[in-house]
Design a protein. Structure first.
Length: 94
């Protein structure tokens, strides 16, 4: 689930293959005219598709000349990013 509060998106629940497609589209729909901060503090579970989701949101923002930052990354997501060598790609805004 995604909730918007000004220029902040709060993502809650699991970021896994089971629901990432719907979340991806919901996040892209939130891209407007302003930069966004995505707060992941309420994420309960991740798998490798969570990284793909964040990358896709970043690509979509870039296409609109917007900046998107991620904060409060769960430790499990940080571990996956380190495993795949992409920590610097998601850490901006931490």
């Amino acid at each position: 689930m995604i909730e918007r509060d000004g220029n902040q998106l709060r993502v809650r629940g699991a970021l896994t293959i089971a629901g990432v497609t719907a979340l991806c589209e919901a996040g892209k729909q939130q891209l407007g005219k302003d930069d966004l901060v995505v707060d992941l503090a309420a994420v309960t579970e991740v798998d490798s598709t969570a990284l793909s989701l964040l990358f896709e949101w970043r690509r979509a923002a870039k296409q609109k000349n917007l900046h998107i930052a991620f904060r409060n990354l769960p430790e499990s997501l940080k571990s996956l990013a380190a495993l795949y060598g992409v920590t610097e790609l998601i850490a901006a805004g931490e």
